[in-house]
Design a protein around this ligand. Sequence first.
Ligand code: NAD
Length: 293
Amino acid sequence: MTAKLIDGNAIARKVREEIRVRVEVLKQKHGVAPGLAVILIGEDPASKVYVRNKIRACAEVGIESQVVRFPTTVSEQEVLDCIERLNKDAAINGILVQLPIPPTISIRAVLETISVDKDVDGFHLYNVGGLIAGDSVFPPCTPYGVQKILEYEGIPLEGRNVTVVGASNIVGKPMALMLMQSEATVAICHAKTRDLAQYTILADILVVAAGKPNLILPQMVRTGAVVIDVGINRLPDGRLVGDVDFEGVRQKASHITPVPGGVGPMTVTMLLYNTVASAEREANHAAAGQIAR
Ligand code: NAD
C-alpha cells in the first residue's frame, strides 16, 4: 500500500477561500472588516517570520491586521495595559501574543488578560476548559487545523482508535480532547511513555507532535492507518522534516501528511478562521442588540 498524500496547502487554500467569502459578507452586510492584533516582543528571528506570515495571510483574505512591537525590556504591566486597550478596541476581533515571550513576563498573566471573546489562539484557560465541555469558543489553531484536515479528507472519527504522540498544552493535549469530543478512543503518549510502539500500532489514526525526527518508524504503524505528522524539525543539513519516517511509513499508511506542506499551512489558516468567526459573533451580537432596542 502507498498512502494517499494529504495536501495541506490545497486544503488551506479551500478554507481560506471560504474565509475570504465570509469576510466579504461581513463587509457587505455589517459594514465591518475583521481585525487582528499581534503583539510581538523582542527580536527573535523565527517569531518575526511567523508574525510576517500571519500578517500576509490576513491581507490575502481581507482581514485588517496590526502588529504592536515591544522591546524585550518592556514591563509586564505595559504589555497587560496594551492588551486591555485592544480588548476595548471595537475594530479588533482577535488578539494574539507571539510566543515565546521574555521570562520576565508571566505567560499566564498575559494569556489570562486577553478577552475570551478575542482569544483567537485559544490559549485562555476558559477556552482550554471549553475543550473539556466541548464548547470552546476558539479551539487552538494547530489541533483545529488537524481536525479540519480529517474533516476534508472524510476520515470518520467515531469509535476509531486514535493515538496522539506528544502532550503539550498547545498541540497534544487539546488535540486529544478534540478527538475525544468526536467519540474516538484516544491514547495520549509523551516522552515518559514506556514502549511507544504498543500504543501507536493500535491507532487507526496516528497524530504525532513530539518534535523528534524519525520517532515513528514503519513497524510502529498499523497497515492502513491515517498518519498526521505535526512535527517540524530542521536537520543539520538544512532539510525540514516531521516526526515520522515519511518514506517508510507512506508504504504502510492509507493517508499521510508531508512535512512541509501538511499540517503547517493549516495553523495560520485556522487563526484566520477563528478571527473571522470572532468578527461574526461580534456582528451578530451587535445586530441582536439593535433589534432588542
Ligand atoms: P513541546 O516540546 O511543547 O512538546 C513535545 C511533546 O512531545 C511533549 O509532550 C513530550 O513529552 C513529547 N515527546 C518528546 N519526545 C518524545 C518521545 N521520544 N516519545 C513520545 N513523546 C515525546 O512541542 P509542541 O509545541 O507540542 O510541538 C511539537 C512539534 O510540533 C514540534 O516539532 C513543533 O515544531 C511542531 N509544531 C508544528 C506546528 C505546525 O503548525 N505544524 C505547530 C506547533 C508545533
